[in-house]
Design a protein around this ligand. Structure first.
Ligand SMILES: NC(=O)c1ccc[n+]([C@@H]2O[C@H](COP(=O)([O-])OP(=O)(O)OC[C@H]3O[C@@H](n4cnc5c(N)ncnc54)[C@H](O)[C@@H]3O)[C@@H](O)[C@H]2O)c1
Length: 299
């Protein structure tokens, strides 16, 4: 069975870079989106990212051009899917559009092709029954930004065959991303579970007035060798996004630490502080380096 050509469905933040990362590793890729504007934006952004690597001397100009040429963009899913061996679905994070995408992929991919979802929350067992090939479905969870973050969580559902899990691991390696095989479908997989536990503790320490966000961040950076502390990371991810994920988790866990997180974040969001993207979060990004801001309700 050949495992050569990759289809990436959805050319947004994640899909565009998943496709480009694979192409940098020599894989021929079809990048498909319903929006031709989005496809054009994806091509332009990837060109900028690779040109910046060339400028910094980290990539040869000819290799950048070759990698860009390996990504073929299209809004014609049937034509693209029919020639691919593996698909990564990266459409918006909602169940019904993803089920529709899985059903469409199933209709047009060759019979041997696997289908992986890049969702960080929706496990593939909620999508696989929209296809006639559940044994060929799994999660491949890449991290943002895909061109930088090395890991890919491969999550095996009860329906996923041993062979499909092996192929997903192999695809991840071929795309230059280190696979981590997760044998059970659990909320948050592994990375976000560990991050969630550490971040919950950090917000509890903040809510109890034990230390400021800047000092907790410094402790995590210097004592745990994290590249960013938990509050810097929340600002990087977007406080509104983190708030929604944490509220969802609190509804499931009922854990006081999750509630404290939601309450602190809701106050910041109410002040328009959504993290780096809005210029202010736990830090003010108009200064270099960013300066810590007071957190309402915390002494
Ligand atoms: N953004 C992150 O940090 C991140 C990290 C890990 C995983 N994810 C997951 O990746 C997936 C995509 O997230 P994103 O941030 O790239 O979203 P995005 O909104 O940036 O991109 C989604 C893209 O899907 C396209 N699309 C929608 N319906 C489609 C269809 N039927 N066929 C083809 N294209 C379609 C849209 O036009 C858009 O370009 C989500 O499941 C998300 O949970 C996101």
């Amino acid at each position: 069975m050949s495992d050569e050509r990759l289809l990436v469905l959805g050319a947004g933040t994640m899909g565009s870079q998943i496709a480009q990362q694979a192409a940098l590793c020599g894989v021929e890729v079809d990048l498909v989106d319903i929006s031709t504007d989005q496809l054009a934006r994806a091509v332009e952004q990837n060109r900028r990212l690779l040109e910046s690597r060339v400028t910094k001397g980290r990539l040869e100009a000819a290799d950048a051009e070759a990698a860009l040429a390996r990504v073929t963009t299209s809004d014609d899913l049937p034509a693209s899917a029919s020639r691919c061996d593996w698909a990564v679905e990266a459409v918006l994070e909602q169940l019904e559009p993803k089920r529709t995408a899985f059903a469409e992929l199933d209709r047009h991919l060759p019979a041997h092709a696997g289908i992986a979802t890049n969702s960080s929350n929706i496990v593939s067992s909620r999508l696989a029954d929209a296809t006639s090939r559940p044994e060929l479905c799994c999660n491949m969870h890449f991290f943002h930004p895909v061109l930088v973050m090395d890991v890919c969580e491969v999550v095996r559902g009860p329906h996923t065959s041993e062979e499909t899990a092996r192929r997903a691991v192999e695809w991840s390696r071929r795309m230059g991303r280190a696979p981590v095989l997760i044998e059970k479908e659990i909320d948050g997989f592994v990375v976000n579970r560990i991050l969630g536990a550490a971040s919950r503790e950090a917000f509890s320490l903040l809510a109890a007035g034990v230390a400021s966000p800047a000092d907790i961040d410094a402790a995590a950076r210097l004592g745990l060798n994290w590249r960013m502390g938990p509050f810097q990371l929340a600002d990087f991810s977007g406080l509104d996004t983190v708030h929604d994920v944490r509220r969802d988790r609190y509804e499931k866990s009922g854990a006081p630490g999750d509630l404290e997180t939601v309450e602190v974040l809701a106050q910041l969001i109410a002040e328009g502080r959504r993290g780096r993207k809005s210029g202010r979060g736990f830090y003010d990004y108009s200064t270099d380096p960013p300066s810590p801001l007071p957190v309402p309700g915390i002494d």
